[in-house]
Design a protein around this ligand. Sequence first.
Ligand SMILES: Nc1ncnc2c1ncn2[C@@H]1O[C@H](COP(=O)(O)OP(=O)(O)OP(=O)(O)O)[C@@H](O)[C@H]1O
Ligand SMILES: [Mg+2]
Length: 369
Amino acid sequence: MSDQVIIRFEGVTKQYDQDIPVLNDVSFEIERGKFYTLLGPSGCGKTTILRLIAGFTEATQGEIYFNGNVINNVPANKRQVNTVFQDYALFPHLNVFENVAFGLRIKKTKKEEVAKKVHEALAFVNLEGYENREIREMSGGQRQRVAIARAIINEPEVILLDEPLSALDLKLRTEMQYELRELQQRLGITFIFVTHDQEEALAMSDEIFVINRGKIQQSGTPTDIYDEPINRFVADFIGESNIVKGKMLADHLVEFVGKQFDCVDQGLNPDEPVEVVIRPEDLEITTRERGKLQVRVDSQLFRGVHYEISSYDKDGNEWLVHSTKKATVGDEIGLYFDSEAIHVMRFGETEEEFDKRLEAYGDGVGNEE
Ligand SMILES: Nc1ncnc2c1ncn2[C@@H]1O[C@H](COP(=O)(O)OP(=O)(O)OP(=O)(O)O)[C@@H](O)[C@H]1O
Ligand SMILES: [Mg+2]
């Protein structure tokens, strides 16, 4: 294990009673000083992973390592981890100063030291001068910053954030995304952030774990995951996608909607059924003759920067297009795309299998040449 790894899950399963496991044989590594996001739909197991790291619940199977040591039996208060909860869990009867000071008071830190550290922590989150404010007099965004100040005051090695932005309105939420990211970089502390909002995950993270039904579907940088989704779930969950069924005819040749297309994918079996993804921004509106696909425009919405056009091919597949050009509802048009825009996915392929396939081909899927 490299020195950079601060947390490692090794085959971790979490099961309540006789139910199906809510986490199923999950393994991953978290490196020091990076911003990680756990992304997935409601109930997929995100909070459970945070609770296991924090020590609020126990793994049914598998090992959890912190700085190279198994911590399965280390109590929560002995772990170098602090949590910012969704509702911030601030104490309403204490003012801002006392909320932030709480962890130090428990440790019986000296009075002058408490004052100094609280001041520093509040300065860090731009809340100097708010010491004597009551929590109920603070806005949502300010409360969140109090919660973060409280979390950083003990100088934990890892901060866990469970959907801390979900209660905020869109504008404040975007502002706080920048602030949190900037704060993380300034502190150099490892952040593990939970969200079910894919745009938030793409904007903020060094690494994203996409989770579904208690399994990590894919992990990687935002661009990795956006450009190379390994299965339908990831392609669908991250960004908008057109996904149709197809057949791989040979390396670099795929068939869908009854036509053959050059592509960059390889390493699949001849005639293997596949799913094909093309992102809406990779489709270009053109004439029927010039188009690689022929579709009929069904509806159109102006989204500020682009038009979002929904169209259908003769087989009834929907093709979503993001275009700066306007279309006319009811028109028969063509859609053009580069062969690199086609991304082929193997049915039910796991991240491990995908990586092996890449390795076997050296340069790998997705690279031209
Ligand atoms: N104490 C518990 N007893 C039994 N089942 C539980 C318990 N806590 C969580 N679960 C179940 O475990 C699964 C995963 O829950 P978890 O809270 O980790 O999901 P999540 O990804 O955080 O979802 P959300 O986005 O809704 O917060 C859910 O099906 C949930 O019902
Ligand atoms: Mg949750």
